[in-house]
Ligand binder design. Structure first.
Ligand SMILES: NC(=O)c1ccc[n+]([C@@H]2O[C@H](COP(=O)([O-])OP(=O)(O)OC[C@H]3O[C@@H](n4cnc5c(N)ncnc54)[C@H](OP(=O)(O)O)[C@@H]3O)[C@@H](O)[C@H]2O)c1
Length: 411
């Protein structure tokens, strides 16, 4: 069978490097054809050389003036066949519709990833999506595009005989788990999705115990090793809020059928409950290469990238309700999701600004939820709009960022 040709956007990050590791392990089935990063051009160059990649992009335009840019040009334009090198956000998003690509892994961080998701599906590619913010902000635009690519894949005989056609493959472990629990089932029989949460490093603490939390404390996630932004989101439970909205879009599930349950061992990656009371759970080693590989191998299964769970040494599995009084971001995200329209876009943008301020020690930990709430209220007062276009979302996103920055500065 022909190799799947893969674009990796965000190749130097936590998901990006693990994606490259999966490609390395399955080099007979996968080939990298393009790579994009934000600023770490030296690492990009090393990856491009190691995987023989000639289509490259760097998000930060100023990198074009650095000495490493000459080496990147030589890598892109040297040798046989065509290559390309671009600097700036358009260049990154343009890789998503590269003619020689089959699959785009979107491992960018934040709403900056929405355009690439949009471009990938518009060009009829399979989108392997880690960038959950794409769906939180633009799910109303992305899901109809994914349905169109699913139809194209069925019409061209590219879809499996049963099950989803595979245009939009979630990489988030929870959504990958739900995707697998739904295989072979009638979705009308689903009574609830159970999205599991580790609870983050501050599980069990009360609000007063979260004052003065430092970035180093919040970055120390108990079970997953991830990029900085998602680590902070996990600690505030905003990550779970984003995932609830992501699940709503991906599985066309109303919010009252999406529950969150804390499962501190992170062994159960999520569950689906059916009308007859049966519950299917997906368990696995806490290693993102498993869901990344499934997103790339579907409808096949390939040999495991890591040692599977050994149930004899797993010990106990605990469950608890999330504390949304203390971790208000989860409740705020649910509210944004239920309201819908442009409110999730505003919520997400305010969160990105508040998290960046906290990491830069310009804002406080408890200020994250407070900032998100204040900016959501301001938007609700002005009037939440229906989502109509990418341009509209970019404008709303910019408005919310400006409001959030002003809020942080005023504190
Ligand atoms: N990490 C996980 O375990 C995990 C699990 C589930 C879902 N996710 C989701 O996956 C996404 C990526 O997370 P991560 O943890 O891998 O993040 P990360 O480690 O911070 O990596 C982000 C990647 O995106 C690149 N990037 C950042 N801004 C960019 C821009 N403007 N243009 C082009 N590239 C840019 C970075 O490049 P530089 O290195 O050059 O800055 C880096 O390659 C997030 O949406 C996250 O929520 C992550």
């Amino acid at each position: 069978m022909a190799k799947k040709r893969v674009v990796v956007l965000g190749s130097t990050g936590s998901i990006g490097t693990q994606t490259l590791d999966v490609v390395r392990r399955h080099a007979d089935k996968l080939e990298v054809v393009a790579l994009a990063v934000g600023a770490r051009a030296d690492e990009l160059l090393a990856q491009a050389r190691a995987f023989g990649v000639r289509h490259l992009a760097v998000g930060r335009e100023e990198v074009a003036g650095l000495p490493v840019a000459d080496d990147l040009r030589a890598q892109a334009h040297g040798g046989e066949g065509e290559g390309s090198l671009a600097f700036g956000p358009e260049g990154v998003a343009a890789l998503a519709h590269l003619p020689e690509a089959d699959v785009v892994v979107n491992a960018l961080v934040g709403a900056a990833g929405l355009r690439a998701s949009f471009e990938a599906l518009s060009a009829g590619k399979v989108l392997a999506l880690a960038n959950k913010e794409s769906l939180v902000v633009g799910g109303d635009l992305i899901m109809p595009l994914a349905a169109r690519v699913d139809e194209q894949r069925r019409a061209r005989g590219m879809a499996p005989k049963t099950g989803p056609a595979g245009a939009l493959m979630p990489i988030d472990s929870e959504h990958g788990a739900i995707y697998q629990c739904l295989l072979g089932e009638d979705e009308r029989e689903v009574s609830r999705l159970w999205v599991t949460a580790s609870g983050g490093p501050f599980r069990g603490r009360k609000r007063s115990e979260l004052e003065g939390i430092t970035p180093a404390q919040a970055l120390a996630h108990p079970t997953w090793n991830m990029g900085a932004k998602i680590s902070i989101d996990s600690s505030t439970l905003m990550n779970k809020g984003l995932e609830v909205i992501e699940a709503h879009h991906l599985f066309a599930m109303p919010y009252d059928k999406i529950e969150v349950v804390v499962q501190p061992q992170s062994a159960i990656h999520s569950m689906v409950e059916y009308s007859d009371g049966s519950v299917k759970a997906h368990l696995g080693t806490t290693d993102m290469r498993i869901p990344i590989q499934f997103a790339l191998s579907y409808p096949e299964r390939w040999s495991a990238p890591v040692a599977p769970l050994d149930f004899r040494t797993l010990g106990s599995l605990e469950f608890a309700a999330p504390d949304t009084e203390t971790f208000r971001c989860l409740a705020l995200a649910r509210e944004a999701g239920r309201t819908g329209g442009t409110l999730p876009c505003v919520m997400n943008a305010a969160n990105e600004v508040a998290v960046a301020a906290f990491l830069a020690e310009e804002g406080t930990y408890l200020g994250i939820a407070a900032c998100v709430e204040a900016v959501m209220e301001a938007h609700a007062a002005e009037g939440v709009q229906q989502v109509e276009s990418l341009g509209q979302l970019e404008e709303v996103d910019a408005w919310a960022r400006a409001k959030a920055r002003a809020w942080v500065k005023a504190r």
